[in-house]
Design a protein around this ligand. Structure first.
Ligand code: GDP
Ligand code: IMO
Ligand code: MG
Length: 429
């Protein structure tokens, strides 16, 4: 049965959650493998809107098991809040349905406090993080000072280690002008979180190994996007994990030779939240129109997203970095009504022409996008049910993208709802 990784090819918010939800109909497992509640995935099912931050976007399908892998950083308070909210809405989020890696690291209150204190001090140099403690938690994981979720179920061990770690964190917090945190306030609460989460915890790598050998179809759900990747993104304006497809393996304990397909999600234009260079950004009426029409406000922080033309140089680079075998184009409906459309097909850097995203920030900040122009279309696409019914100009826009990228488009999304979707190739037959 198929195994498929889904990744964002831009700066996040490409509509990954929606596509995961659509594909989950045929998937037995949906696995998150990196990031944390910096992610915000909005799903619209029968006109009802749901926002997920930590729970995989497959949760709305009754027969699918959702997995939070070892590579995710989990804020237990947020996760428990999300579980309870979904339960209130009548969704099954029992330990039979949601499995959480006991190896996943825990976001602690001092991670959030440090993230926010650093950003406040950085002022002009700030990254524009979501302030959720993601970076500091990954720092502690790599620094071997972190707490895995399983540690919350071992009171004595947790107590001793927390005392030591907190001493250093309070030193840092106070030197950054923030309030120190009390041991008692954290300890009691986190032991309770451990008790709540215990039935959900297991060795998810073993679970996936068994599932694979039982011929289950497994979908790995990436968070963020390729250019927020800690190595290949626009460093330092990135998130603190590898967001590219390779991390689906280390972030879940699944072998690379068992991954069959990588689906890249491409928004029909480009958006970004937070700081950092953005070659095709439109700081003008067009940017505002895309923001309003596309509802481009962050699902996690509510910040307005920066908007611009589709940058095919980025997507092409993302195809290489992720080994993308197929594409899903989202939010095509948002472009309806624009007389002319532009696609960035190369960068001009001094007297050089680049067809890939350069590795340094200075270079990326200095490139001039080279555009190809195409005629737009007037028609509303949200009611369209078949590819053949799309306006000819829309087909031309898609063909141009496909020809340039040399990777087939498998899915076209024409609206936020689950049903606004044209499937050209079924990935889970
Ligand atoms: P993710 O983080 O990649 O899952 O994306 P987000 O959920 O943060 O942002 C995508 C937004 O666009 C959400 O509000 C979706 O409901 C919405 N969306 C997804 N696909 C489409 C589409 O094809 N058309 C329109 N108009 N909205 C879409
Ligand atoms: P989804 O999964 C868009 C951005 C933040 C900031 C940078 C670092 O919804 O696509 P962090 O809090 O991760 O340390 O912030 O990364 N960022 C996202 N932007 N979508 C996301 O997730 C993001 N997750 C983080 O805005 O610029
Ligand atoms: Mg999002």
């Amino acid at each position: 049965m198929p195994t498929l990784v889904i990744v964002g090819t831009q700066w996040g918010d490409e509509g990954k959650g929606k596509i995961v939800d659509v594909l989950t109909e045929k998937a037995h497992y949906v696995v998150r493998f990196q990031g944390g509640n910096n992610a915000g995935h909005t799903l619209v099912i029968n006109q009802k809107k749901y926002i997920l931050h930590l729970i995989p976007s497959g949760i709305f399908h009754a027969n699918t098991i959702c997995v939070i892998g070892n590579g995710v950083v989990v804020d237990p308070e947020v996760l428990i809040g999300e579980i309870e909210k979904l339960k209130d809405q009548g969704i099954d989020v029992s330990p039979q349905k949601l499995k959480i890696s006991e190896r996943a690291h825990t976001i602690m209150p001092y991670h959030r406090a440090l993230d926010q204190a650093r950003e406040a001090i950085a002022n002009r140099d700030k990254i524009g993080t979501t302030g959720r403690g993601i970076g500091p938690c990954y720092e502690d994981k790599v620094g071997r000072r972190g707490f895995r979720l399983i540690d919350l179920t071992k009171p004595d061990f947790f107590k001793e280690k927390l005392k030591k770690v907190l001493e250093e964190k309070n030193f840092l917090l106070q030197n950054l002008g923030a309030e120190p945190l009390s041991f008692e306030g954290i300890y009691e609460r986190y032991i309770q979180y451990g008790q709540y989460l215990k039935p959900y915890l297991c060795d998810t790598s073993q679970l996936l190994w068994e599932a694979y050998h039982n011929k289950a179809s497994i979908l790995f759900e990436g968070a963020q996007g390729t250019f927020l990747d800690i190595d290949f993104g626009t460093y330092p304006y990135v998130t603190s994990s590898n967001t590219i497809a390779g991390n689906a393996c280390s972030g879940s304990g699944f072998g690379p030779s068992q991954i069959e397909e990588v689906l890249g999600i491409v928004k029909a234009y480009t958006t970004r939240v937070g700081e950092g260079p953005f070659p095709t950004e439109q700081k003008n009426a067009l940017g505002e129109l895309l923001r309003e029409k596309g509802g481009e406000f962050g699902s996690t922080t509510g910040r307005p997203r920066r908007c611009g033309w589709l940058d095919l140089v980025m997507v092409k680079t993302a195809i290489q970095l992720n080994g993308i075998t197929g594409l899903a184009i989202t939010k095509l409906d948002v472009l309806s009504g624009l007389e002319r459309l532009k696609l960035c097909t190369a960068y001009k850097l001094g007297d050089r022409i680049l067809s890939y995203v350069p590795s340094t920030l200075d270079e990326l900040a200095s490139v001039e996008p080279i555009y190809e122009e195409l005629p737009g279309w007037e028609e509303d696409l949200t009611k369209i049910k078949h590819y053949e019914e799309l306006p000819q100009q829309t087909k031309n826009y898609l063909k141009k993208i496909e020809d340039y990228l040399k990777v087939p488009i498998h899915i076209i999304s024409t609206g936020p709802d689950r049903e606004n979707c044209l499937i050209l190739k079924h990935l889970f037959p």
